[in-house]
Design a protein around this ligand. Structure first.
Ligand code: ADP
Ligand code: MG
Length: 226
């Protein structure tokens, strides 16, 4: 079999916090162009998994691969530079820089990756419903608007992989669906692999498949959430 590298691959990830085991040997693969949803109750390990997949933490056991390269063994700074160009992250706390305006926030990853692209940033802002707000400072935005800026920022550097932790958590129904559709379109148009965590079955329905995390392991006992 010819091996086309996955956009993202995790092999047997185990992560403990003291005596608590948050992940127990989790493996997954997201192909280019594919959208995968991860659901699971609070405390099941979803955010821990995303932090490992995004290379923000290093697993105690197991491996993380981005586009065919193992990254958990890389030097932290090397991994951060690679992440800027290869992996778009949307985390639960949006971490916008309050003294940079909206478009400069969106441009952070592409600038770090050495490919600042203002036209792309403007297009993404328009697609998340924030056209015309480029010059606004984050402090004047609502929580939902800040979340949409964070989504645009995650996509700005044309990442091969997008990881999003409850990317629609502060959004109303219409904006949540628009963001989910944007992630799907990105996967299809740009061949990105997308993995997003959600509590909302209606959003999981946008994904090609859904993985259900329970107590640090994937369970296949839960049927598709459609
Ligand atoms: P989820 O995102 O599904 O709610 P998390 O990955 O945040 O789950 O947490 C999984 C488990 O690990 C929970 O029991 C949580 O309390 C614990 N946990 C998460 N982060 C830490 C941490 N930094 N220190 C100690 N325990 C943690
Ligand atoms: Mg979480």
């Amino acid at each position: 079999m010819t091996a086309v590298p996955a956009a993202l691959e995790a092999r047997s990830l185990t992560q403990r916090y003291g005596s608590l085991t948050a992940l127990r040997g989790v493996s997954l693969r997201v192909d280019a162009g594919e959208v995968v949803a991860v659901t699971g109750p609070s405390g099941s390990g979803k955010s821990t998994l995303l932090h490992l997949l995004g290379g923000l933490d290093v697993p105690q056991e197991g491996e993380v691969w981005w586009a065919g390269t193992r990254v958990d063994t890389l030097d932290t700074q090397v991994r951060a530079t690679r992440r800027a160009g290869q992996v778009g992250l949307v985390f639960q706390h949006h971490y916008l820089l309050d003294d940079l305006n909206v478009i400069e926030n969106v441009l952070i990853p592409s600038r770090l990756a050495g490919q600042r692209d203002e036209a792309r940033a403007r297009d993404l802002l328009a697609r998340v419903g924030l056209g015309g707000r480029e010059a606004a400072l984050p402090g004047v935005l609502s929580g939902g608007e800040r979340q949409r800026v964070a989504v645009a920022r995650a996509l700005a550097a044309r990442p091969a992989t997008v990881l999003a932790d409850e990317p629609t958590g502060s959004l109303d129904r219409a904006n949540a669906q628009a963001v989910a559709q944007l992630l799907v379109n990105l996967a299809r148009e740009e061949r990105a692999g997308v993995l997003f965590v959600t509590h909302d079955d209606r959003l999981a329905a946008f994904a090609d498949r859904t993985l259900h995390l329970l107590d640090g392991q994937f369970t296949d006992s839960v049927p598709a959430l459609l």
